[in-house]
Design a protein around this ligand. Structure first.
Ligand code: ADP
Length: 416
């Protein structure tokens, strides 16, 4: 045994780390043992450092043979060996003397005995134990040849590749999800914008006829008023009132459409008779337009709902009037395709028509073509989308053709 040194040095982790770094370069157990002993003695003035390594780990996996051998050495009594081997934890023989297990993967690879030249406090003791754990990894690498086996290296590589690939697909999937969320977010922002626009549009559109009604009512309240003006004012009030009422109808219908809450009463109907009724109601109010009708002498009845179909035809006729602000002919016709057993009713105008781009969106809710010609025409952009819903609910279809500056034709078709 070496004499206890008098030099007092504090064990610190950076010293132990640099020692580990140095011994990482050693490729044999005896070299490591030598370096640790030398460094401990020199740096910490330990009285003694002994390291015992189980050379033949494979054939002494429970360490019994080895333990017996150690017990006969001058360093360890049987109870110390048992403490370290069985409980796999350091054994503190006194304040300056410890035995630490060199242990990895539940196997004792050896023991390190340290007798310091002074008392070791708890943190030094912990530090030494963690150093010995690191040491155990290195010793194990040297003692267990499979750690250098190229095959196991290959396996490790394969494993790390698969971990990497999993991580990559996970990240890619997360990115994809993020993209979807971003898109949904954009849609929500758009929806919110549409909602705000809708409220602004609806309030604006409802206010316009109201202002007109209020203005002309004021005129009527005057004392001296010419009879022509009375007629003009009441006609304006009537027209603004009916615009207002149509818009309110559209909003009520929209609510029904979104809840699919149509009440449908199907009966055999003469679509021409309904169209004639609508035309006769509108013609006297729109003198600038010429209304014509072209029905065959004989055509079949269809299955439909009278009230709903009247609303559809009225909507198409009113659009034909609205979107031909300079007047013109509005022609309502019926045609029959006997081969397909279909009856169609068309409303044709000579109005402003639509560009292709505008035309492609007219059945979207709240869509309104925005151009100088439509600027002063009131509407909520709901009529056609409601017509489409109603016609489809009655198993029919609605089509349209349009030519910018020339006019449009809307056709509803039903089987008979
Ligand atoms: P609104 O007339 O209240 O705006 P609609 O849903 O009935 O709503 O029509 C949607 C849009 O389609 C209109 O704003 C208009 O731009 C266009 N449109 C509808 N009918 C015609 C038509 N007969 N001629 C030209 N454009 C039309």
């Amino acid at each position: 045994m070496t004499e206890v040194g008098t030099e007092q040095k504090i064990i610190n982790w950076s010293w132990l780390r640099s020692l580990l770094k140095v011994i990482e370069d050693y490729r044999s157990v005896p070299q490591i043992v030598e370096k640790v002993k030398e460094s401990f003695t020199e740096y910490l003035a330990f009285a003694n450092t002994e390291i015992f390594i189980v050379e033949d780990v494979e054939n002494d996996s429970d360490g019994k043979t080895y333990a017996d051998k150690l017990a006969s050495s001058s360093f360890f009594s049987r109870d110390v060996i048992e403490e370290v081997f069985i409980h796999k934890r350091p054994c503190r023989k006194s304040r300056d003397e410890i035995v630490l297990p060199i242990e990895t993967a539940d196997r004792i690879l050896g023991l390190i005995y340290i007798k310091a030249g002074r008392n070791l406090d708890d943190s030094e003791y912990e530090l030494l134990w963690s150093f010995v754990d690191h040491l155990a990894v290195m010793v194990n690498q040297i003692l267990s040849p499979e750690n250098f086996n190229p095959e196991s290296k290959q396996q490790i590589k394969k494993l790390s590749n698969s971990i990497f690939n999993n991580l990559k697909s996970f990240l890619e999937a997360s990115l994809e999800r993020l993209k979807v969320l971003e898109e949904q977010n954009i849609q929500l922002v758009e929806l919110n914008k549409t909602r705000t626009e809708l409220i602004n549009n609806v309030s604006h559109e409802l206010r316009t006829p109201l202002v007109s009604i209020m203005g002309f009512s004021n005129i009527l309240q005057r004392h001296e008023i010419k009879p022509e003006l009375i007629k003009e004012a009441s006609e304006q009030i009537l027209s603004a009132g009916s615009r207002l009422s149509r818009m309110i109808d559209d909003l009520i219908q929209l609510n029904r459409a979104s809840t699919k809450g149509w009440v449908i009463n199907v009966e055999k109907l003469d679509l021409g008779e309904i169209a004639r009724f609508v035309v006769e109601g509108l013609a006297p109010l729109h003198k600038d337009h010429k209304f014509t009708i072209g029905f065959p002498d004989d055509y079949p009845l269809i299955d439909g709902d009278r009230k709903l179909l009247r609303q559809v035809i009225e909507n198409l006729m009113i659009n034909a009037i609205k979107y031909s602000p300079d007047g013109g002919q509005i022609h309502c016709s019926i045609s029959v395709d006997a081969d397909k057993h279909e009856l169609s009713l068309a409303v044709q105008d000579q109005g402003i028509g639509m560009t292709e781009k505008e035309h492609s969106r007219i059945f979207d809710r709240f869509y309104r073509a925005k151009n100088p010609k439509t600027k002063n025409i009131a509407g909520l952009g709901l009529g056609l989308s409601i017509c489409k819903d109603v016609v489809e609910a009655l198993n029919g279809r609605i089509d349209s053709i349009s030519s910018f500056g020339e006019g449009s034709t809307f056709t509803v078709t039903f089987s008979y």
